[in-house]
Design a protein around this ligand. Structure first.
Ligand SMILES: [Zn+2]
Length: 493
């Protein structure tokens, strides 16, 4: 039902098969409020929506909608012939504390109206809840998923089941919940992260995503519930999310907020519209602000900008440059950059799930030193033969130290940040041909880690290091105490 076409980092382009057709992922599903259609559904399709999500609970609780949905089906009710996902009312549960419907009834209702993707009644435990509450509630969610899974078994052309992963802000509980749900469902949404998104708690989101990924099978699609802001999309895709829903386009429009991949602007104080969508290219900020249709037009721009970001993410996956896009996007907010560093430090998960990259990694900031290809390269150092005499240099010694002849050494290495030492014949190959920005301390530290590793691994070898001025102090500091190393700088040349 889910086929992965191309992978890059932990992100992928895939195809999800539903009773009403295919959805190419990463995909963004606009949220439709059946009581208040801000944009015509046909317009959403034009903007790029391949699927929609609506709230089955609201329809169930509104007599005229419910009657019509049962009568003509959810697709005709919304006027949309492509896949429709229905939510069970968790959002209402998180806002009002209780919803008046049993799991079995709301699942049966979603089956009856012909939903393509069904969500059972899950319990969205808020972030930072007491652990025993999170544990108890995730068990209820697992029971409800199990009940729904049994109800779907044996249906012809059966809808897909979205099995929500809960567990509040406890990474181990998220992983446990994901493991318990294995084999029960087709899509695995990560639930109850909206309060974290609203408060820029990206670190917690990163932990939750990665641990949920660890618990699920690698070939199942992951949905990040409630994440529709373009700023977060590339990050979430790069760490393994495939589906998103956006209520943000409408909620933000209502509050006069203008979305962009770089953050949110307040329309009331904007003078320029930094976007080329049909709305922004035919309105000035003032015209948009003063339009009678301001909310609808702004919602339309917000959707355009989110879909345009999804297309950029897909193209980056094709090119193999997704993580570079994430590095750019994370500069929009310091907490996003922190979250990226936290996420990249989960080396076990990333090394297990990310493929070898197809493109040359492009240096895009200090966190480039944390990339898996740097670690993979340094791991290879343990297999290298270095002989009795080894020279490692940042620039060829011929110009600065003519007395050093490479012929006198058993092995020769070039030192480049952040990779560390590598044989000259690899200089133009992946991954060490990365563009490096000099002056970056993290990258040099990482490279010198590789040197220290090589030196300690070969205690009987004499290492001669010939280093540029910018490397000298930090190298002396890092290599202090190792007696089989001799460092040559520019001053003794
Ligand atoms: Zn626009």
């Amino acid at each position: 039902m889910f086929e992965i076409k191309i992978k890059d980092f932990l992100g992928r382009i895939g195809v999800l098969d539903t009773p009403h057709g295919k959805i190419e992922t990463p995909a963004l599903l606009p949220v439709i409020n059946p009581n208040r259609l801000l944009l015509p559904v046909s317009r959403m399709k034009e903007i790029g929506a391949e699927a929609l999500i609506t709230n089955a609970y609201i329809i169930y609780r509104t007599p005229h909608l419910r009657e019509r949905a049962v009568d003509v089906g959810i697709h005709r009710l919304l006027g949309f012939d492509a896949p429709v996902m229905t939510d069970s009312g968790s959002y209402q549960l998180s806002v009002y504390g209780d919803i008046e419907v049993e799991n079995e009834d709301i699942v049966q209702f979603q089956i009856e109206v012909g939903s393509d993707i069904i969500v059972p009644k899950d319990i969205p435990t808020p972030p930072f809840s007491p652990r025993d509450r999170a544990e108890k509630e995730l068990m209820t969610t697992v029971r409800n998923v199990s009940e729904a899974w049994e109800m779907l078994a044996g249906l012809s052309n059966r809808p897909l089941l979205a099995s929500p992963i809960q567990g509040s802000t406890y990474p181990d509980l998220r992983e446990k919940c994901a493991r318990m749900l294995r084999g029960m469902g087709d899509i695995f949404p990560i639930g109850a992260v909206v309060p974290l998104l609203e408060n820029y708690r990206f670190k917690q989101i990163a932990e939750i995503i990665l641990h949920s990924k660890m618990g699920t099978s690698t070939c199942t699609p992951i949905h990040l519930f409630g994440a529709g802001h373009p700023m977060i999309l590339s990050f979430a895709v790069a760490f393994g999310c495939d589906l998103f829903d956006s209520a943000a386009y409408a909620l933000f429009a209502k509050e006069n907020r203008y979305l962009s991949p770089h953050g949110t602007y307040d329309l009331s104080s904007m003078e320029y519209l930094p976007c080329a969508c049909p709305i922004c290219s035919t309105h000035t900020a003032k015209e948009l602000r003063e339009s009678d249709e301001r909310e609808r037009l702004l919602a339309e721009h917000n959707l355009h900008t989110a879909f345009s970001e999804i297309r950029l993410i897909k193209e980056s996956i094709r090119e193999g440059t997704l993580i570079e896009l994430v590095q750019q996007r994370c500069r929009a907010h310091p907490r996003l950059l922190d979250a990226l560093k936290i996420a990249l430090s989960h080396t076990d998960i990333i090394d297990e799930l990310s493929p070898q990259r197809r493109s040359s990694p492009f240096y895009s900031g200090p966190e480039s030193a944390l990339m898996p290809e740097v670690r993979r390269h340094q791991k290879r150092l343990e297999r290298l033969e270095v002989g009795k005499n080894c020279i490692i240099f940042t620039t060829h010694p011929a110009s600065t130290h003519p007395e050093l002849s490479l012929k006198d050494f058993d092995s020769v290495f070039i030192l480049r940040a952040p990779f560390g030492p590598f044989p000259p014949e690899l200089a133009e190959t992946l991954p060490v041909n990365t563009v490096h920005v000099s002056g970056d301390l993290e990258a040099k530290h990482k490279a010198l880690e590789g040197v220290v590793y090589l030196v300690k691994n070969n205690p009987d070898t004499l290492f001669t290091l010939v280093l540029d001025r910018e490397w000298l102090d930090i190298a002396k500091q890092r290599l202090n105490g190792l007696d089989n190393v001799e460092v040559w700088g520019e001053e003794n040349g």
